[in-house]
Design a binder for this molecule. Structure first.
Ligand code: FPP
Length: 258
């Protein structure tokens, strides 16, 4: 497999590993594909195609750094409302990307997972996903989580339904319900909350992403459009994250060792 790192990338990577806290879980809102294409006078779909190269770069870069989980917001519940041609193009792109990347995922020891309402997805996409998930199940270096037909509100709604069923069947009492009960019924069960959430294209929104899970995540927003996002942008985000003091509601003095 070809190493796409420049000598500068390799230097940055070594410096980050030595000096920075590497987030255990990075979540990314990949935004700006349409505007990237429009700026070039090209159809929106070209932006999505170009975005696949950024996905590849981010996945490899995170694995190289020792990130445990990378969650990518690839298709939201609301994206079903886009023009039919664009939705179709995104679904085809997903099928082709999964087929093409299976080998690389295995070579890099990366496991694939999805969160979201898989039943909404076309049969062909579901089949391809199920196959890729099964064929990468044993991989241990990093988990790539694709959020597909996902939204934070969908996730919370399905969790409330599942918890209610358990209360109705007597498996749980209302008093048993804690924050952990809720986390354990979300699609991200077993996945630690993101430490760092990156959004490209400069928009200052969460856009119905991991609403519960982002409670204490550090946010990093860059003006860069997703198709232009490469290793150096990711390294900048991690450097910024590493300089932050995460207080989780406490005061600074409580965090320092005495
Ligand atoms: C947001 O840009 C991007 C998406 C809705 C789709 C993201 C999909 C990819 C990067 C390609 C396929 C992904 C995988 C995992 C293989 P936008 O269209 O909202 O851009 P705009 O805000 O400029 O219109």
């Amino acid at each position: 497999m070809k190493d796409k790192r420049t000598p500068e990338d390799i230097r940055s990577q070594e410096e980050l590993k030595a000096d920075c806290h590497i987030p255990q879980h990075i979540a990314i809102i990949m935004d700006g594909n349409g505007r990237w294409a429009k700026d070039k006078g090209q159809p929106r779909v070209r932006g999505h195609h170009a975005g696949v190269e950024s996905v590849r770069d981010a996945v490899e870069a995170c694995a190289e750094l020792g990130v445990g989980f990378l969650t990518l917001y690839a298709f939201s519940t609301e994206n079903w409302g886009r023009p039919k041609e664009e939705v179709g193009a995104l679904m085809s792109l997903l099928i082709h990307s999964l087929r093409r990347e299976l080998k690389t995922l295995n070579q890099n020891n990366i496991r694939l997972m999805t969160i979201g309402n898989r039943e909404d997805l076309p049969e062909k996409v579901r089949g391809e996903l199920e196959q890729t998930i099964e064929l990468t199940r044993q991989n241990t270096r990093m988990t790539l989580v694709l959020a597909l037909s996902y939204s934070g509100r969908w996730d919370m709604t399905q969790a409330v339904r599942a918890i209610s069923e358990e209360v109705l069947s007597g498996k749980l009492t209302v008093g048993d319900i804690s924050a952990d009960t809720i986390s354990d019924h979300l699609a991200t069960k077993g996945i630690p909350d993101p430490d760092l959430m990156i959004r490209t294209s400069g928009e200052m929104r969460i856009s119905n992403f991991l609403l519960w899970q982002l409670a204490y995540s550090e946010l990093y927003i860059t003006d860069c459009f997703w198709p232009d996002f490469r290793r150096p942008h990711l390294y900048d985000a991690i450097r910024s994250y590493s300089r932050r003091e995460r207080r989780f509601g406490k005061v600074s003095e409580q965090l320092k060792p005495v």
